[in-house]
Design a protein around this ligand. Structure first.
Ligand SMILES: Cc1cc2nc3c(=O)[nH]c(=O)nc-3n(C[C@H](O)[C@H](O)[C@H](O)COP(=O)(O)O)c2cc1C
Length: 216
């Protein structure tokens, strides 16, 4: 197929930073927070956007972007519609993977593990911190369902706007957070000649972490 760009020729060398074992925090969550801080300081747009990969029980993968909304020693939190495609997939197979790519820093972070739902209190607190339009949108949209038209969506938004006019908007029962509890976290730093630096943390049974360098 003819493409306007020669995609195969798109490449550049990664020269900005290196990553050494001595640079790494023994705790991958602290290491993540450090890199996240660097990315935020570099003013990367949508710095908290991450690909979320799920799989059906028989191994068919799918991926989409969601926003990271909290990090703690327990894991990585994002919010969504539990009845969406990803919600149904996570119900059937609570294994998932996350991926961040920050091109300006030549860095990638890969995370995998199992997910659990956040508590209703945690979901409530985040839901009510969102702009009112987003809260209404969560009621108006049956995420991932086939709909007839844009108009149908706008009618649905108008109906819930009327329904909740003047009052508090409750947390929809089908909406809330997931926490991915990491089993492995890999920090990838682009280097010259494709000899990138990669370090993977693997969770141990005693809840400590093993750090290994991987070939690029
Ligand atoms: C930058 C960006 C951020 C997004 N953040 C979220 C999010 O936090 N939660 C969410 O449910 N969808 C988010 N979306 C939309 C999802 O990518 C996706 O379209 C939606 O969740 C439906 O996915 P599903 O059909 O696989 O369930 C975001 C999309 C983009 C591009």
């Amino acid at each position: 197929m003819d493409t306007p760009l020669d995609i195969a020729a798109l490449r550049h060398d990664y020269v900005a930073h290196g990553l050494r074992r001595v640079d790494l925090d023994p705790d991958p969550i602290k290491q993540f927070a450090r890199w996240f801080g660097d990315a935020a300081a570099a003013k990367i747009r949508d710095v908290n956007a991450m690909s979320l990969a799920t799989a059906t029980p028989d191994g068919r993968p799918s991926a989409r972007v969601v926003l990271l909304k909290a990090i703690s020693e327990r894991g990585f939190v994002f919010f969504t519609n539990y009845a969406s495609e990803k919600g149904r997939l996570l119900e059937a197979n609570p294994q998932a993977a996350l991926n961040f790519f920050w091109p300006q820093l030549e860095r990638q972070i890969r995370i995998d593990g199992s997910v659990e739902k956040t508590s209703r209190e945690e979901s409530e607190e985040y839901f009510h911190s969102r702009p009112l339009g987003s809260q209404l949108g969560a009621w108006a949209s049956s995420q991932s369902e086939v709909i007839a038209s844009r108009e149908a969506l706008e009618v649905s938004l108008a109906l819930v706007t009327e329904q909740y006019a003047g009052g508090a908007i409750p947390l929809p029962p089908h909406w809330g957070g997931y926490r991915l509890m990491p089993e492995t976290i890999e920090f990838w730093q682009g280097r010259t000649n494709r000899l990138h630096d990669r370090f993977r943390y693997r969770r141990q049974e005693d809840s400590g972490w093993i750090i290994e360098r991987l070939a690029p």
